[in-house]
Design a binder for this molecule. Structure first.
Ligand code: CAA
Length: 380
């Protein structure tokens, strides 16, 4: 076993770390306050190659491994989890979904733009009544021969307004259950597509989360991904990789909150000494660090599984379950160590605590991850 990062991984980590400090940190509090999408920052991340990291260079991607991607998401998330979710969705749900399961024409038309940030992608599975229970799709796509007619509503869609291309999951044949579900690439400019209200959220307030409405949207048949009826498996397979991204995001939020608490404890004094000299604080730091390291091993192992051709359905669920719990617990402790200052926006940790919560919800709640893990354990 080799627990060390390669020279290449260290370089990409340092590049993401520098970028986060120089480009994401300034303005992160204001963007959170105003719910402002980080347009300039996303443009720069596109230029740096952070939006299509794992895509084959022949489509303009970085050709990097999943571990490099997880490291970048982790580093960005230490500073700004709103930016990192945009990176995560674009890379591991949209780019990966099209590259792994789309046809050549779809890759040439869409992937080449998504990798540079010229266009942004969104992944549309959740509905008012189909969040965890993803087979209960109410959005319909009726087969009209050379095209489908799409009708329905999608909820809580990351990059909802900022995206140009949307991977939309819809029911084409109710009788067939999950085998009657398909996935389509839908363009924002198409007639009948409407971006609905923006959500006013607890956390990741810089990312734009919207309801989307599809009213008789005409989708050419060539925009279906894979064979007829592949849509549910497409969503499940793609989400397994997406969960590595969200696990890395959670890991980064935990790491960022821990580092802030550690540094603050070395300068803040009480009872005549820096607070890190009080065992009550030092032991908190020890526990936080320990949990983050444990989460990191699960996150990197899951990325390693994907890079080495192993099944990563279970390991990505394990990584997300653990890392999101750690993000929540560590960020709460980081606020506690900051005391009154922790409750104030300029000290960042209260934002991290708010941002941490979503990592236990999106791309499968913690309870869904337990379903995936337990089914994996009990499979014959
Ligand atoms: N890979 C391939 N196939 C898979 C699969 C996987 N990982 N998981 C399930 N399947 C297949 C099954 O084998 C089965 O196919 P067969 O009948 O041919 O064997 C079919 O899919 C149905 O599977 P299940 O019977 O297990 O389905 P289920 O109804 O019990 O649900 C579930 C399984 C794991 C709970 C699933 O519904 C799920 O993952 N739910 C959570 C959805 C989710 O993560 N939503 C997040 C929204 S996206 C988001 O948040 C993006 C964002 O913007 C940030």
């Amino acid at each position: 076993m080799d627990f060390g990062l390669s020279e290449e991984h260290l370089m990409i980590r340092d590049a993401a770390r520098d970028f986060a400090k120089q480009e994401l940190l300034p303005g992160v509090v204001e963007r959170d306050n105003k719910q402002e999408f980080p347009t300039e920052q996303v443009k720069k991340m596109g230029e740096l190659g952070f939006l299509g990291m794992m895509v084959d260079p022949k489509y303009g991607g970085g050709g990097m491994d999943t571990l490099s991607y997880a490291i970048v998401v982790e580093e960005l998330s230490k500073v700004d989890a709103s930016c990192s979710v945009i990176v995560s969705v674009n890379n591991s749900l949209v780019c990966y979904g099209i590259e792994a399961y789309g046809n050549e024409a779809q890759k040439q038309k869409y992937l080449t733009k998504l990798v540079t940030g010229e266009s942004i992608g969104a992944f549309c599975l959740s509905e008012p009544e189909a969040g965890s229970d993803a087979t209960s799709q109410k959005t319909t796509a009726i087969d009209m021969g050379d095209h489908y007619i799409l009708n329905g509503t999608k909820n809580w869609i990351t990059n909802g307004n900022s995206a140009d291309y949307y991977l939309v999951i819809a029911q084409t044949d109710k009788e067939k259950g999950h085998r009657g579900i398909n996935a389509f690439i839908v363009e924002k400019t198409w007639d009948g597509f409407e971006v609905g209200p923006k959500e006013d959220k607890l956390g990741i307030r810089g990312s734009d989360t919207h309801t989307l409405n599809f009213n008789d949207v005409k989708v050419p048949k060539e925009n279906r991904i894979g064979e007829d009826g592949f849509g549910f498996k497409f969503a499940m397979k793609t989400l397994s990789g997406g969960r590595i991204g969200i696990a890395a995001q959670a890991l980064g939020i935990a790491g960022g909150a821990y580092e802030m608490a550690r540094d603050y404890s070395k300068i803040r004094k009480s009872f005549g000494t820096e607070i890190c000299n009080h065992q009550g604080v030092a032991f908190k730091l020890a526990d936080m660090h320990n949990e983050i390291e444990a989460a990191r091993y699960l996150v990197y192992k899951s990325a390693w599984d994907k890079d080495n051709g192993h099944n990563y359905d279970m390991s990505s669920a394990m990584a997300k379950l653990k890392a999101s719990k750690v993000a929540m617990e560590v960020s709460v402790e980081a606020v506690q160590i900051h005391g009154g200052n922790g409750f104030v926006k300029e000290y960042h940790v209260e934002r991290m605590m708010r941002d941490a919560k979503i990592t236990q919800i999106y791309e499968g709640t913690s309870e869904i991850q337990k379903i995936v893990i337990s089914r994996g354990l009990l499979r014959d």
